[in-house]
Design a protein around this ligand. Structure first.
Ligand SMILES: [Zn+2]
Ligand SMILES: [Zn+2]
Length: 265
């Protein structure tokens, strides 16, 4: 059974430490870092440096490494942020979760991997080894955004010269030239990152704007109170003032939900 390190101290007063001890999730999350860092290194050594063009190498190297850095920062925050666990020692009364014993508020569901009830949980994602819930949704959204952008950049960087070579007739179906393993690795990482990132980003934007989680959609549950516009729903996740903080994985959105006062017993 997976263990977790949920919270240190009283909720809301002490900074929380959150890490889900699930072997499969840890392997997937670590694998994500290996792929991104590996792609950044291979791009530098196998593509940009041999090009011999300082301006070209600097521009593309800076852009890809910036996107990779932002993706990994958002990933780390998605992994290490409490997704919105319901306190185990909240006030008694009302229906209780038979698995963790908390009193879950509306729209909370129990996650078997995290072992806790999570507010507005969308799904448990092994790639971030955590639930995607009310409190870490922004970071997951940014992770998918930067993963998709970085992968798209990589695809264009590799694909455009290949198409030019094909157009010049340097390569055709009879060619015996085998692409270098490093470039095949880059291409596969870029393809996987773009397909995964763009699909997840589109799904998350849709879920955020409609204020309906994947679990609610699968179980046919009604979403929240409704009435909010798509723009209002987006601001509820990213922050109520439109600014650069929206796209920064280092800026914590301030939750606008009305928290019921906890009476710790
Ligand atoms: Zn529970
Ligand atoms: Zn979970």
């Amino acid at each position: 059974m997976p263990a977790r390190v949920p919270a240190l101290g009283a909720p809301g007063r002490t900074r929380r430490v959150w890490f889900v001890c699930d072997v499969l999730g840890i392997a997937c999350a670590a694998g994500t870092w290996v792929l991104v860092l590996g792609a950044a290194g291979v791009l530098l050594w196998a593509r940009l440096l041999p090009a011999g063009d300082a301006a070209y190498g600097l521009a593309h190297g800076a852009l890809f490494h910036l996107l990779a850095f932002l993706a990994l920062a958002a990933h780390a925050r998605a992994v290490l942020t409490d997704p919105g666990s319901v306190p185990l020692r909240a006030a008694p009364g009302g229906p209780r979760c038979p698995l963790c014993g908390c009193a879950p508020p509306p729209r909370a569901h129990h996650c078997m991997v995290c072992g806790r009830c999570i507010r507005k949980v969308d799904h448990h994602c092994p790639w971030v080894n955590n639930c995607v819930g009310e409190d870490n949704r922004k970071y997951f959204l940014l992770f998918t955004l930067y993963a998709a952008l970085g992968s798209l950049h990589l695809l264009l960087l590799l694909g455009v010269p290949a198409l030019r070579a094909y157009a010049r007739g340097d390569w055709d179906s009879r060619s015996t030239v085998t692409p270098r393993a490093s470039l095949v690795f880059l291409l596969l990482v870029a393809l996987k990152g773009f397909l995964f990132g763009s699909a997840m980003f589109a799904a998350q934007v849709h879920a955020v704007c409609t204020d309906r989680t994947a679990i609610e959609r699968l179980q046919g549950e009604r979403a929240g109170p409704g009435g909010g516009s798509k723009w209002a729903n987006l601001k509820a996740v990213l922050g109520h003032r439109v600014s650069l903080a929206w796209i920064s994985p280092f800026a914590s959105p301030r939750p606008q939900r009305a928290r019921a006062p906890l009476r710790v017993v």
